[in-house]
Write a protein that binds this ligand. Sequence first.
Ligand code: TRP
Length: 446
Amino acid sequence: MERGQFSSRAGFIMAAAGAAVGLGNVWGFPTQVASNGGGAFVLVYLLLAFCLAYPALMAELIVGRHARANAVIALPMLSDKPTLKLGGKVVGIAGLITVAVILSFYAIIAGWLFAFAIEPIVSFLGFTDAANWLTQFSLSRNIIFTLCFMILTILIIGAGVNQGIERWSKRMMPALVLILIALIGYMLTLPNAMVGLSHYLTPDFSQIFDGQLIISAMGQAFFSLSLGVGCMLIYGSYLSSNENIVKAGAWVTLLDVGLAFVAGLLIIPSMYIAAHFGVEIFDADGALLNSDTLIFTILPALFEQMGAAGPIVALAFFILMSLAALTSSISLLEVPVAYVVEAHKKPRALTSWIIGALVTALSLTIVFNFSWLFGLVITVTTKYSQPILGLFFCLYAGWVWHRNGALAEIKKGYQGAENGLFWKVWPWYVKFVCPLFIIVMFVHAL
Ligand code: TRP
Protein backbone atom coordinates (compact mmCIF):
# COMPACT_ATOMS: atom_id res chain seq x y z
CA MET A 1 0.00 0.00 0.00
CA GLU A 2 1.25 3.51 -0.86
CA ARG A 3 2.19 5.39 2.30
CA GLY A 4 0.79 8.89 2.79
CA GLN A 5 3.09 11.91 2.73
CA PHE A 6 2.48 15.61 3.28
CA SER A 7 2.67 17.44 -0.05
CA SER A 8 4.96 20.25 1.10
CA ARG A 9 6.80 21.72 4.05
CA ALA A 10 3.89 24.11 4.62
CA GLY A 11 1.51 21.16 4.62
CA PHE A 12 3.55 19.42 7.27
CA ILE A 13 3.90 22.56 9.39
CA MET A 14 0.17 23.27 9.27
CA ALA A 15 -0.67 19.68 10.17
CA ALA A 16 1.90 19.31 12.93
CA ALA A 17 1.22 22.78 14.33
CA GLY A 18 -2.47 21.90 14.13
CA ALA A 19 -1.78 18.81 16.21
CA ALA A 20 0.21 20.82 18.71
CA VAL A 21 -2.09 23.83 18.93
CA GLY A 22 -5.21 22.72 20.74
CA LEU A 23 -7.03 22.96 24.00
CA GLY A 24 -3.62 22.81 25.64
CA ASN A 25 -2.86 26.22 24.14
CA VAL A 26 -6.13 28.08 24.14
CA TRP A 27 -7.38 26.68 27.42
CA GLY A 28 -4.71 24.77 29.35
CA PHE A 29 -1.97 27.34 29.07
CA PRO A 30 -3.96 30.46 30.05
CA THR A 31 -5.57 28.48 32.86
CA GLN A 32 -2.19 27.43 34.21
CA VAL A 33 -1.00 31.01 33.95
CA ALA A 34 -4.01 32.10 35.98
CA SER A 35 -3.40 29.54 38.72
CA ASN A 36 0.39 29.78 38.82
CA GLY A 37 1.11 33.42 39.40
CA GLY A 38 0.82 35.04 35.98
CA GLY A 39 4.03 36.06 34.25
CA ALA A 40 6.28 33.74 36.28
CA PHE A 41 4.63 30.74 34.70
CA VAL A 42 4.88 32.29 31.24
CA LEU A 43 8.62 32.72 31.62
CA VAL A 44 9.30 29.19 32.93
CA TYR A 45 7.07 27.73 30.26
CA LEU A 46 8.87 29.49 27.43
CA LEU A 47 12.21 28.23 28.73
CA LEU A 48 11.04 24.64 29.12
CA ALA A 49 9.29 24.56 25.77
CA PHE A 50 12.38 25.56 23.83
CA CYS A 51 15.04 23.84 25.96
CA LEU A 52 13.28 20.60 26.84
CA ALA A 53 10.25 20.02 24.67
CA TYR A 54 11.81 21.04 21.34
CA PRO A 55 14.67 18.49 21.58
CA ALA A 56 12.17 15.81 22.61
CA LEU A 57 9.93 16.76 19.68
CA MET A 58 12.90 16.44 17.32
CA ALA A 59 13.62 12.96 18.68
CA GLU A 60 10.14 11.85 17.65
CA LEU A 61 10.18 13.57 14.27
CA ILE A 62 13.59 12.19 13.28
CA VAL A 63 12.85 8.63 14.40
CA GLY A 64 9.50 8.78 12.64
CA ARG A 65 10.87 9.97 9.33
CA HIS A 66 13.69 7.47 9.51
CA ALA A 67 11.39 4.54 10.13
CA ARG A 68 8.53 5.74 7.92
CA ALA A 69 6.22 3.91 10.29
CA ASN A 70 4.27 4.28 13.50
CA ALA A 71 6.00 4.06 16.90
CA VAL A 72 5.19 0.39 17.50
CA ILE A 73 7.21 -0.51 14.40
CA ALA A 74 9.67 2.41 14.51
CA LEU A 75 11.11 2.04 18.03
CA PRO A 76 12.08 -1.65 17.64
CA MET A 77 13.86 -0.75 14.39
CA LEU A 78 16.41 1.31 16.30
CA SER A 79 18.19 -1.69 17.80
CA ASP A 80 19.30 -5.24 16.93
CA LYS A 81 18.98 -6.54 20.47
CA PRO A 82 15.82 -8.60 21.10
CA THR A 83 15.17 -7.12 24.55
CA LEU A 84 15.44 -3.56 23.27
CA LYS A 85 13.23 -4.41 20.32
CA LEU A 86 10.63 -5.77 22.68
CA GLY A 87 10.99 -2.76 24.95
CA GLY A 88 10.42 -0.44 21.97
CA LYS A 89 7.30 -2.30 21.06
CA VAL A 90 5.97 -2.05 24.62
CA VAL A 91 6.62 1.71 24.68
CA GLY A 92 4.86 2.10 21.34
CA ILE A 93 1.82 0.16 22.49
CA ALA A 94 1.69 2.05 25.78
CA GLY A 95 1.65 5.20 23.65
CA LEU A 96 -1.29 3.89 21.61
CA ILE A 97 -3.29 3.21 24.74
CA THR A 98 -2.42 6.58 26.26
CA VAL A 99 -3.38 8.43 23.11
CA ALA A 100 -6.74 6.66 22.94
CA VAL A 101 -7.52 7.64 26.51
CA ILE A 102 -6.42 11.23 25.90
CA LEU A 103 -8.75 11.40 22.90
CA SER A 104 -11.61 10.01 24.97
CA PHE A 105 -11.54 12.91 27.44
CA TYR A 106 -10.52 15.45 24.79
CA ALA A 107 -13.68 14.65 22.83
CA ILE A 108 -15.87 15.37 25.85
CA ILE A 109 -14.37 18.84 26.39
CA ALA A 110 -14.45 19.55 22.67
CA GLY A 111 -18.11 18.55 22.67
CA TRP A 112 -18.85 21.23 25.27
CA LEU A 113 -17.08 23.78 23.12
CA PHE A 114 -19.19 22.79 20.11
CA ALA A 115 -22.32 23.18 22.17
CA PHE A 116 -21.23 26.62 23.35
CA ALA A 117 -20.39 27.61 19.76
CA ILE A 118 -23.88 26.74 18.57
CA GLU A 119 -25.62 28.42 21.48
CA PRO A 120 -25.45 32.04 20.20
CA ILE A 121 -27.10 30.97 16.92
CA VAL A 122 -29.82 28.93 18.60
CA SER A 123 -30.42 31.75 21.00
CA PHE A 124 -30.61 34.29 18.18
CA LEU A 125 -33.23 32.15 16.45
CA GLY A 126 -35.30 32.36 19.60
CA PHE A 127 -35.02 28.78 20.90
CA THR A 128 -34.39 29.72 24.51
CA ASP A 129 -34.88 26.26 26.02
CA ALA A 130 -32.54 24.67 23.53
CA ALA A 131 -29.99 27.39 24.17
CA ASN A 132 -30.12 26.68 27.89
CA TRP A 133 -29.75 22.98 27.31
CA LEU A 134 -26.64 23.64 25.22
CA THR A 135 -24.84 25.49 27.98
CA GLN A 136 -25.97 23.43 30.95
CA PHE A 137 -24.12 20.34 32.12
CA SER A 138 -26.27 17.32 31.38
CA LEU A 139 -25.89 13.70 30.41
CA SER A 140 -27.85 14.13 27.19
CA ARG A 141 -25.84 17.13 26.02
CA ASN A 142 -22.54 15.52 26.88
CA ILE A 143 -23.40 12.33 25.00
CA ILE A 144 -24.72 14.02 21.88
CA PHE A 145 -21.87 16.48 21.47
CA THR A 146 -19.15 13.96 22.24
CA LEU A 147 -20.64 11.87 19.44
CA CYS A 148 -20.76 14.81 17.02
CA PHE A 149 -17.17 15.67 17.70
CA MET A 150 -15.94 12.10 17.33
CA ILE A 151 -17.76 11.69 14.02
CA LEU A 152 -16.06 14.78 12.58
CA THR A 153 -12.69 13.51 13.78
CA ILE A 154 -13.32 10.09 12.24
CA LEU A 155 -14.42 11.58 8.91
CA ILE A 156 -11.22 13.62 8.57
CA ILE A 157 -8.90 10.78 9.56
CA GLY A 158 -10.76 8.32 7.35
CA ALA A 159 -10.03 10.59 4.37
CA GLY A 160 -6.27 10.07 4.75
CA VAL A 161 -3.06 12.00 5.23
CA ASN A 162 -3.47 14.41 2.29
CA GLN A 163 -7.20 14.59 1.77
CA GLY A 164 -7.94 14.50 5.49
CA ILE A 165 -5.24 15.74 7.85
CA GLU A 166 -3.32 18.09 5.55
CA ARG A 167 -6.29 19.53 3.74
CA TRP A 168 -8.28 20.32 6.85
CA SER A 169 -5.34 21.56 8.87
CA LYS A 170 -4.51 23.98 6.05
CA ARG A 171 -8.05 25.33 6.21
CA MET A 172 -8.58 25.40 9.93
CA MET A 173 -5.25 26.75 11.15
CA PRO A 174 -5.33 30.08 9.28
CA ALA A 175 -8.96 30.54 10.35
CA LEU A 176 -7.97 29.94 13.93
CA VAL A 177 -5.17 32.51 13.80
CA LEU A 178 -7.41 35.13 12.20
CA ILE A 179 -10.18 34.70 14.75
CA LEU A 180 -7.67 34.82 17.59
CA ILE A 181 -6.12 38.06 16.38
CA ALA A 182 -9.48 39.69 15.71
CA LEU A 183 -10.72 38.79 19.19
CA ILE A 184 -7.59 40.13 20.88
CA GLY A 185 -7.82 43.35 18.91
CA TYR A 186 -11.36 43.84 20.10
CA MET A 187 -10.92 42.72 23.70
CA LEU A 188 -7.91 44.90 24.41
CA THR A 189 -10.03 47.98 23.77
CA LEU A 190 -12.34 47.12 26.67
CA PRO A 191 -12.00 48.52 30.20
CA ASN A 192 -9.59 46.87 32.63
CA ALA A 193 -7.91 44.85 29.85
CA MET A 194 -4.57 46.50 30.53
CA VAL A 195 -4.60 45.44 34.18
CA GLY A 196 -4.95 41.84 33.02
CA LEU A 197 -2.26 42.33 30.43
CA SER A 198 0.22 43.53 33.01
CA HIS A 199 -0.61 40.61 35.32
CA TYR A 200 0.10 38.33 32.38
CA LEU A 201 3.34 39.94 31.31
CA THR A 202 4.99 40.84 34.63
CA PRO A 203 6.72 37.84 36.16
CA ASP A 204 6.82 37.54 39.92
CA PHE A 205 10.42 36.32 40.16
CA SER A 206 9.94 34.91 43.65
CA GLN A 207 7.76 32.17 42.15
CA ILE A 208 10.05 31.10 39.34
CA PHE A 209 11.82 28.33 41.28
CA ASP A 210 8.64 27.00 42.78
CA GLY A 211 8.79 23.21 42.26
CA GLN A 212 5.09 22.85 41.60
CA LEU A 213 5.18 25.63 39.05
CA ILE A 214 8.07 24.02 37.16
CA ILE A 215 6.34 20.63 37.13
CA SER A 216 3.12 22.13 35.86
CA ALA A 217 5.05 23.95 33.15
CA MET A 218 6.79 20.76 32.06
CA GLY A 219 3.54 18.80 31.92
CA GLN A 220 1.97 21.62 29.97
CA ALA A 221 4.85 21.70 27.47
CA PHE A 222 4.68 17.94 26.92
CA PHE A 223 0.96 17.99 26.42
CA SER A 224 1.04 21.00 24.17
CA LEU A 225 3.71 19.64 21.86
CA SER A 226 1.88 16.29 21.80
CA LEU A 227 4.91 14.34 23.02
CA GLY A 228 5.44 10.86 24.37
CA VAL A 229 2.73 8.93 22.57
CA GLY A 230 4.13 8.62 19.05
CA CYS A 231 1.88 11.36 17.69
CA MET A 232 4.66 13.60 16.40
CA LEU A 233 6.53 10.48 15.39
CA ILE A 234 3.80 9.54 12.96
CA TYR A 235 3.58 13.10 11.59
CA GLY A 236 7.36 13.00 11.12
CA SER A 237 6.94 9.78 9.18
CA TYR A 238 4.80 11.66 6.65
CA LEU A 239 7.40 14.41 6.13
CA SER A 240 9.35 14.31 2.87
CA SER A 241 13.04 13.40 3.09
CA ASN A 242 13.91 16.51 1.10
CA GLU A 243 12.75 18.82 3.85
CA ASN A 244 15.03 20.28 6.49
CA ILE A 245 13.57 18.50 9.49
CA VAL A 246 15.41 20.68 12.02
CA LYS A 247 13.78 23.79 10.61
CA ALA A 248 10.37 22.19 10.20
CA GLY A 249 10.40 21.07 13.84
CA ALA A 250 11.51 24.52 14.96
CA TRP A 251 8.58 26.06 13.10
CA VAL A 252 6.13 23.74 14.78
CA THR A 253 7.55 24.59 18.21
CA LEU A 254 7.51 28.31 17.49
CA LEU A 255 3.91 28.21 16.30
CA ASP A 256 2.78 26.12 19.24
CA VAL A 257 4.49 28.23 21.86
CA GLY A 258 3.63 31.45 20.06
CA LEU A 259 -0.04 30.60 19.83
CA ALA A 260 -0.19 29.60 23.50
CA PHE A 261 1.34 32.95 24.35
CA VAL A 262 -1.06 34.81 22.09
CA ALA A 263 -4.05 32.91 23.50
CA GLY A 264 -2.97 34.16 26.92
CA LEU A 265 -3.19 37.71 25.56
CA LEU A 266 -6.85 37.01 24.95
CA ILE A 267 -7.88 34.97 27.98
CA ILE A 268 -6.11 36.67 30.90
CA PRO A 269 -7.20 40.23 29.99
CA SER A 270 -10.72 38.86 29.35
CA MET A 271 -10.87 37.71 32.95
CA TYR A 272 -10.07 41.21 34.16
CA ILE A 273 -12.60 42.71 31.78
CA ALA A 274 -15.15 40.30 33.25
CA ALA A 275 -14.21 41.52 36.72
CA HIS A 276 -14.88 45.06 35.56
CA PHE A 277 -18.38 43.98 34.52
CA GLY A 278 -18.97 42.55 37.97
CA VAL A 279 -18.23 38.89 37.28
CA GLU A 280 -16.48 37.12 40.15
CA ILE A 281 -13.00 36.06 39.03
CA PHE A 282 -11.20 35.44 42.33
CA ASP A 283 -11.77 32.54 44.71
CA ALA A 284 -12.00 32.78 48.51
CA ASP A 285 -8.20 32.86 48.84
CA GLY A 286 -7.85 35.71 46.40
CA ALA A 287 -6.38 33.53 43.63
CA LEU A 288 -7.73 33.73 40.10
CA LEU A 289 -10.47 31.22 39.38
CA ASN A 290 -9.53 28.76 36.69
CA SER A 291 -10.12 25.55 34.72
CA ASP A 292 -13.65 25.00 33.52
CA THR A 293 -14.99 27.97 35.48
CA LEU A 294 -12.89 30.23 33.31
CA ILE A 295 -14.08 29.06 29.92
CA PHE A 296 -17.61 27.94 30.73
CA THR A 297 -18.69 30.43 33.39
CA ILE A 298 -16.58 33.57 33.49
CA LEU A 299 -16.28 34.19 29.76
CA PRO A 300 -19.95 33.43 28.97
CA ALA A 301 -20.90 35.77 31.81
CA LEU A 302 -18.69 38.40 30.22
CA PHE A 303 -20.21 37.88 26.77
CA GLU A 304 -23.64 38.35 28.28
CA GLN A 305 -22.61 41.75 29.65
CA MET A 306 -21.33 42.95 26.30
CA GLY A 307 -24.66 43.82 24.75
CA ALA A 308 -25.06 43.46 21.00
CA ALA A 309 -21.45 42.46 20.48
CA GLY A 310 -21.77 39.62 23.01
CA PRO A 311 -23.23 36.83 20.85
CA ILE A 312 -20.84 37.60 17.99
CA VAL A 313 -17.82 37.52 20.26
CA ALA A 314 -19.11 34.34 21.93
CA LEU A 315 -19.61 32.69 18.55
CA ALA A 316 -16.14 33.64 17.35
CA PHE A 317 -14.58 32.57 20.63
CA PHE A 318 -16.11 29.10 20.75
CA ILE A 319 -15.54 28.48 17.04
CA LEU A 320 -11.90 29.30 17.71
CA MET A 321 -11.82 26.78 20.54
CA SER A 322 -13.57 24.12 18.46
CA LEU A 323 -11.17 24.53 15.53
CA ALA A 324 -8.21 24.21 17.85
CA ALA A 325 -9.69 21.05 19.33
CA LEU A 326 -10.42 19.45 15.97
CA THR A 327 -6.96 19.89 14.42
CA SER A 328 -5.59 18.20 17.55
CA SER A 329 -8.10 15.41 17.93
CA ILE A 330 -7.38 14.20 14.41
CA SER A 331 -3.73 13.79 15.38
CA LEU A 332 -4.80 11.76 18.39
CA LEU A 333 -6.95 9.41 16.34
CA GLU A 334 -4.27 9.12 13.66
CA VAL A 335 -1.89 7.31 16.05
CA PRO A 336 -3.91 4.09 16.59
CA VAL A 337 -5.39 4.22 13.08
CA ALA A 338 -1.94 4.44 11.46
CA TYR A 339 -0.83 1.50 13.57
CA VAL A 340 -3.70 -0.77 12.54
CA VAL A 341 -3.48 0.28 8.89
CA GLU A 342 0.28 -0.38 8.75
CA ALA A 343 0.72 -3.35 11.03
CA HIS A 344 -2.42 -5.23 10.02
CA LYS A 345 -2.92 -3.95 6.47
CA LYS A 346 -6.49 -2.83 7.04
CA PRO A 347 -8.33 -0.18 4.97
CA ARG A 348 -8.07 3.29 6.48
CA ALA A 349 -11.68 4.44 6.39
CA LEU A 350 -13.04 1.31 8.03
CA THR A 351 -10.26 1.32 10.61
CA SER A 352 -11.02 4.95 11.49
CA TRP A 353 -14.64 4.08 12.17
CA ILE A 354 -13.84 1.03 14.26
CA ILE A 355 -11.18 2.68 16.39
CA GLY A 356 -13.25 5.84 16.59
CA ALA A 357 -16.15 3.75 17.89
CA LEU A 358 -13.95 2.15 20.54
CA VAL A 359 -12.69 5.53 21.70
CA THR A 360 -16.25 6.84 21.75
CA ALA A 361 -17.26 3.91 23.95
CA LEU A 362 -14.49 4.95 26.33
CA SER A 363 -15.68 8.58 26.20
CA LEU A 364 -19.21 7.52 27.06
CA THR A 365 -17.93 5.44 29.96
CA ILE A 366 -16.32 8.61 31.27
CA VAL A 367 -19.47 10.64 30.63
CA PHE A 368 -21.51 8.16 32.68
CA ASN A 369 -18.98 8.12 35.53
CA PHE A 370 -17.99 11.72 35.17
CA SER A 371 -17.55 12.72 38.80
CA TRP A 372 -14.72 10.34 39.60
CA LEU A 373 -13.40 9.19 36.21
CA PHE A 374 -12.90 12.43 34.26
CA GLY A 375 -10.24 14.00 36.48
CA LEU A 376 -8.59 10.63 37.03
CA VAL A 377 -7.97 9.80 33.36
CA ILE A 378 -6.61 13.29 32.74
CA THR A 379 -4.16 12.99 35.63
CA VAL A 380 -3.01 9.48 34.79
CA THR A 381 -2.43 10.16 31.08
CA THR A 382 -1.01 13.67 31.12
CA LYS A 383 0.83 13.76 34.46
CA TYR A 384 2.25 10.24 34.48
CA SER A 385 1.98 8.36 31.19
CA GLN A 386 3.10 11.14 28.89
CA PRO A 387 6.30 12.22 30.71
CA ILE A 388 7.33 8.59 31.43
CA LEU A 389 6.81 7.56 27.81
CA GLY A 390 8.47 10.79 26.66
CA LEU A 391 11.47 9.72 28.70
CA PHE A 392 11.62 6.41 26.84
CA PHE A 393 11.34 8.09 23.45
CA CYS A 394 14.37 10.20 24.38
CA LEU A 395 16.27 7.16 25.65
CA TYR A 396 15.59 5.29 22.42
CA ALA A 397 16.59 8.23 20.25
CA GLY A 398 19.64 9.11 22.37
CA TRP A 399 21.01 5.80 23.65
CA VAL A 400 19.57 2.92 21.66
CA TRP A 401 19.84 4.42 18.19
CA HIS A 402 23.28 4.90 16.73
CA ARG A 403 24.24 8.57 16.44
CA ASN A 404 25.21 8.14 12.80
CA GLY A 405 21.73 6.88 12.01
CA ALA A 406 20.19 10.08 13.31
CA LEU A 407 22.73 12.27 11.51
CA ALA A 408 22.19 10.46 8.22
CA GLU A 409 18.44 11.00 8.55
CA ILE A 410 18.81 14.73 9.25
CA LYS A 411 21.28 15.17 6.39
CA LYS A 412 18.78 13.90 3.82
CA GLY A 413 17.12 17.30 3.75
CA TYR A 414 19.86 19.42 5.28
CA GLN A 415 23.37 19.08 3.84
CA GLY A 416 26.08 20.17 6.21
CA ALA A 417 23.93 19.32 9.23
CA GLU A 418 26.97 17.98 11.09
CA ASN A 419 28.48 21.47 11.19
CA GLY A 420 25.33 23.21 12.36
CA LEU A 421 24.40 24.26 15.88
CA PHE A 422 21.61 21.69 16.09
CA TRP A 423 23.93 18.74 15.69
CA LYS A 424 26.42 20.17 18.18
CA VAL A 425 23.79 20.34 20.90
CA TRP A 426 20.96 17.92 20.22
CA PRO A 427 22.67 14.49 20.48
CA TRP A 428 23.91 14.92 24.04
CA TYR A 429 20.83 16.90 24.89
CA VAL A 430 18.39 14.02 24.20
CA LYS A 431 20.90 11.63 25.70
CA PHE A 432 21.48 13.36 29.02
CA VAL A 433 19.63 16.59 29.58
CA CYS A 434 16.09 15.58 28.59
CA PRO A 435 16.01 12.23 30.44
CA LEU A 436 17.65 13.68 33.53
CA PHE A 437 15.29 16.61 33.57
CA ILE A 438 12.23 14.41 33.23
CA ILE A 439 13.41 12.08 35.99
CA VAL A 440 14.23 14.92 38.38
CA MET A 441 10.86 16.54 37.79
CA PHE A 442 9.15 13.27 38.32
CA VAL A 443 10.88 12.35 41.55
CA HIS A 444 10.22 15.84 42.76
CA ALA A 445 6.53 15.56 41.92
CA LEU A 446 6.18 12.32 43.88
N1 TRP B 1 -1.29 19.21 21.87
C1 TRP B 1 -2.72 19.24 21.80
C2 TRP B 1 -3.22 20.39 22.64
O1 TRP B 1 -2.45 21.24 23.03
C3 TRP B 1 -3.35 17.95 22.24
C4 TRP B 1 -2.71 16.77 21.63
C5 TRP B 1 -2.74 16.42 20.31
C6 TRP B 1 -1.96 15.80 22.30
N2 TRP B 1 -2.05 15.27 20.12
C7 TRP B 1 -1.55 14.87 21.31
C8 TRP B 1 -1.62 15.65 23.63
C9 TRP B 1 -0.78 13.78 21.69
C10 TRP B 1 -0.85 14.56 23.98
C11 TRP B 1 -0.42 13.65 23.02
O2 TRP B 1 -4.38 20.48 22.91
